[in-house]
Write a protein that binds this ligand. Structure first.
Ligand SMILES: *[C@@H]1O[C@H](CO)[C@@H](O)[C@H](O)[C@H]1NC(C)=O
Ligand SMILES: *[C@@H]1O[C@H](CO)[C@@H](O)[C@H](O)[C@H]1NC(C)=O
Ligand SMILES: *[C@@H]1O[C@H](CO)[C@@H](O)[C@H](O)[C@H]1NC(C)=O
Length: 396
């Protein structure tokens, strides 16, 4: 076992947080998640995020689900998901940028069929840019814990796949249902786990709350299905409509402008929020304004940008203006956790690999989501944001 894998197992066995009782309505239940150690694999984190953004952008022209993971990619939060009755647990990547749920990525942990397993006779294939998976589509009982049990959830069972980290068994698809189109034979849209939780009356609204906590504070988080967790939020929630700009509109896309130290670096543009991206990616022209203002230096071996202690002491607020509200990232929110990066200070922001005006000019990955609670409302096609108790954390 290599050191990265060993560490991964240690982190996955950390105790996980369970938020206590009172939620917006009774049907809401939290799902605890664990961050994997490979989140902060400095060598691959930027490359994997940019490759994913590029593949999703290109794939979207074919209206195809196309996200990318690379072995040892950074930025993956996972959840333990039960399949079957009695359930067998699988470790699935949380992906708001794709919508098929499937297992079987790890041959050492194959599908354990029970009486609830029904082969639909259809095959499934999802192209994830650099990676892919294909196999057979089944119906089975899927349990997310805390009473969140779905009957006859359509899930893929991989017979072949490539490009996935070896510590995951598959993907929990939390993206818009439209991304499933064309992935399963003889089937139009494949209802997602959120769709089925709602249609089967397990949750009262088509809402997903995403709560990620900065690595150095807890390296954990929580998903809430059917609403959001009041206790995680500090203040109020403000919603904006999902963007109409293509191709960001195919994902959980929003419109935002970005400023640094009060000066605009990106005018109002579309981008996406994405749980399977580690960093914050912004269009190259906007990034070069940010780079000049911070004085950051490219480290070619990683594709990340470094700053000195003096430069860190001069870092100003980076702000996403979304629907008239400024979501500020303090200096600490703009760097990777120093507990994982030794003496070097790395920025958590990189260029997207294309200039602005592309219809998708930024990705708010985990580095953003760890500072603002994010609510995906797929019925009203809106995304909400709120401060958390960690928004201004200086723990990195
Ligand atoms: C498969 O499921 C059965 C219950 O139906 C359980 O007893 C068994 O341990 C499971 N196998 C694995 C490898 O998890
Ligand atoms: C799978 O589930 C869907 C939705 O509940 C249902 O319409 C379909 O008949 C099921 N197929 C099988 C083979 O059980
Ligand atoms: C930030 O903006 C203020 C006001 O425009 C300016 O005086 C200051 O030099 C800027 N600081 C940095 C580090 O860019």
């Amino acid at each position: 076992m290599n050191p990265a894998r060993a560490l991964c197992h240690i982190l996955l066995s950390l105790p996980i947080i369970h938020a206590s009782s009172a939620f917006q309505d009774n049907a809401k239940v939290p799902l605890s998640i664990s961050a994997t150690a490979d989140r902060w694999n400095i060598t691959n984190i930027a490359k994997a995020d940019i490759a994913r953004a590029n593949a999703m952008y290109k794939g979207s022209s074919k209206k195809r689900d196309a996200s990318v993971y690379e072995t040892n990619a950074g930025g993956v939060y996972t959840a333990q998901v039960g399949v079957g009755d009695p359930p067998t647990e699988y470790t699935l990547l949380l992906d708001t940028g794709s919508s098929n749920t499937w297992i079987g990525a790890n041959p050492a942990h194959p599908y354990n069929r029970t009486d609830t397993s029904k082969d639909t006779g259809n095959s499934v294939a999802v192209y994830y840019g650099f990676g892919t998976f294909s196999g057979e589509e089944y119906n089975d009982t899927v349990s997310l814990g805390n009473g969140l049990t779905i009957k006859q959830q359509s899930i893929g069972v991989a017979s072949s796949c490539q490009g996935f980290p070896d510590f995951v068994d598959g993907v929990l698809g939390l993206g818009p249902v439209g991304l499933t189109e064309g992935t399963v034979t003889f089937t139009n849209d494949v209802p997602t786990v959120v769709d089925n939780l709602y249609s089967q009356g397990v949750i009262g609204s088509l809402v997903l709350g995403v709560y990620f906590i900065p690595f150095s504070d807890a390296s954990e988080g929580e998903l809430t299905f059917g609403g959001y967790d009041d206790y995680a939020i500090d203040g109020s929630v403000t919603y904006v409509p999902v963007t109409t700009s293509d191709p960001a509109s195919l994902y959980w896309g929003i419109d935002a402008s970005i400023s640094y130290n009060g000066s605009s670096i990106l005018s109002l543009s579309a981008g996406i929020i994405d749980t399977a991206t580690a960093l914050i990616l912004i269009a190259d022209d906007a990034f070069s304004r940010y780079q000049s203002a911070t004085g950051a230096t490219l480290e070619p071996s990683t594709g990340l940008y470094t700053i000195s202690d003096d430069q860190y002491n001069n870092i100003q607020v980076l702000s996403f203006d979304i629907g008239g509200i400024s979501y500020n990232l303090n200096p600490n929110a703009q760097i990777l956790p120093r507990s994982r990066t030794g003496n070097q200070i790395y920025l958590a922001i990189v260029g997207l690999g294309r200039d602005s005006n592309s219809g998708w000019d930024f990705t708010c990955g985990c580095a953003f989501l760890e500072r603002y609670y994010t609510i995906i409302d797929s019925k009203n096609l809106q995304v909400g944001f709120a401060r958390t108790h960690y928004t201004d954390s200086k723990s990195n």
